[in-house]
Design a protein around this ligand. Structure first.
Ligand code: CTP
Length: 409
């Protein structure tokens, strides 16, 4: 199999050094990457670094390798063009079709998906000229990703920070698998997503927890933000994951904390997604001190009490027009198949959409890939849709497609 071909355009901003990590992430996951920096980018990272990491020569202008017409060939041969970082100047040149170096020529000749990952000062990102250029590019189907908020060059903070390189690699792989995965169809919509696994304390050092990594919830948030939504992510004990660019992340620990955070955020949300693994039970009375073993005392017995079913409560308090999505990780057993259990759960929970993960065979918990079904009583084309085997971001894109369909009906 030939490797997917990615052109990595690099703009002249300080975040150019992070393009090296994106390059590394792509080559290590089996992509053939050709780096095309602007002349300005080479002030930040030398061509030798890009050549060594990509294994290809690096040029900025159109007057090298002239017989091979590389200003046309590089773009035409690509399966994906990424621009990391996209400066305000580069977005302007791309929006207006200028072609004064190899990168802008490549952008004009590419017939594959093109995605810009902006990085600039907040003032430049918010300037009407940049806003118009971004809108123009997006209206042509080009992906202009949301930048992150946070520390910028120097002492200032604000919107305009480059998205985390791991996130860029993940979105690049999503676009290679599903070129139409990032429409701006959630613009102006508020969504709240829970992720991770809750922990119920037994004593100050021990807890009852579960194996959820939070990766699926983070992928849902990442994809929603890039589809234009205003995203609140309520995260309970995820593995170390970068905060998805353009989202507000609230960290919680117990089921009760997650419940409070979800009800608060759901009050004005258009879509609510319960992807977190919530403990159904908690220790009745957690010890205020570390529980010790003792030879002259009986071993402790832990009594569990029920936690609230947050999804059921959210369904009960549902605003008109709100869409509520539940998740279910199921296995088949002697009483029925994965789908039988999922159909029963959809009815019991009363949510609008249920995302069903088939557990086992290397899927769902702590893995990168997922498979399952989307179940809803409200699909125009029947009530069950299989989710093809793919990454958690692919599942996220399929889920947001389904939410868009539900909104339309
Ligand atoms: N959920 C919830 N509150 C709980 C437990 C689960 O909101 N106390 C949500 C999960 O976030 C998920 C959905 O309910 O979206 C289904 O979770 P699951 O654990 O499969 O459901 P249960 O009702 O606990 O069913 P089961 O008896 O199969 O464990």
């Amino acid at each position: 199999m030939t490797k997917p071909r990615v052109v990595l355009g690099v703009g002249g901003g300080i975040a150019a050094y992070k393009a090296c990590e994106v390059l590394r992430g792509l080559t290590e996951s089996g992509h053939d990457v050709r780096v095309v920096p602007t002349e300005a980018a080479l002030n930040f990272v030398g061509a030798a670094t890009f050549e060594a990491l990509s294994g290809h020569p690096v040029h900025t202008g159109v007057f090298t390798e002239v017989p091979e017409v590389q200003h046309v060939r590089v773009g035409k041969e690509a399966d994906l063009v990424l621009v990391v970082p996209a400066t305000a100047d580069l977005l302007a040149r791309a929006a207006h079709g200028l072609a004064d170096d190899l990168l802008t020529n490549t952008l004009l000749t590419a017939r594959c998906p093109v995605a810009f990952f902006p990085a600039m000062h907040t003032e430049m990102w918010e300037h009407p000229a940049t806003r118009d250029n971004v809108a123009l590019l997006r209206s042509r189907g080009v992906v202009v990703a949301e930048p992150d908020a946070g520390r910028l060059t120097g002492k200032d903070t604000g919107k305009g920070r480059l998205a985390d390189p791991r996130e860029i690699v993940d979105l690049a792989r999503l676009l290679l698998a599903e070129p139409a995965a990032l429409p701006r169809d959630l613009s102006g919509r508020k969504v709240v997503i829970s992720a991770g696994g809750t922990r119920e304390p037994l004593d100050p050092v021990r807890y009852l927890g579960n194996r959820s990594s939070g990766k699926q919830g983070y992928a849902l948030a990442r994809v929603a933000a890039q589809r234009g939504a205003e995203v609140t992510l309520v995260a309970a004990h995820t593995v170390t994951l970068p905060d998805p660019a353009g989202t507000t992340v609230e960290h919680v620990s117990t089921a009760e904390e997650l419940r409070v955070a979800m009800h608060r955020a759901a009050a004005d949300a258009d879509v609510v997604v319960m992807a977190a693994a919530v403990a159904d039970f908690r220790p009745d009375s957690p010890a205020g001190h570390k529980i010790k073993k003792s030879d002259d005392q009986p071993d402790p017995v832990v009594t569990l009490v029920r936690n609230a079913d947050i999804l059921a409560e959210l369904v009960q308090n549902k605003r008109s027009g709100q869409i509520i999505v539940g998740f279910a990780a199921e296995t088949g057993d002697e009483r029925g198949s994965v789908l039988d259990h999922a159909r029963t759960k959809l009815k019991r929970k009363g949510c609008d959409l249920l995302v069903v993960n088939a557990v086992g065979e290397g899927r769902a918990f702590e893995t990168e890939d997922n498979a399952g079904w989307l179940l809803s009583e409200f699909f125009a084309d029947g009530t069950e849709r299989p989710i093809p085997f793919g990454s958690k971001s692919q599942l996220a894109a399929a889920m947001w497609d389904a939410v868009a369909d539900l909104t339309e009906h």
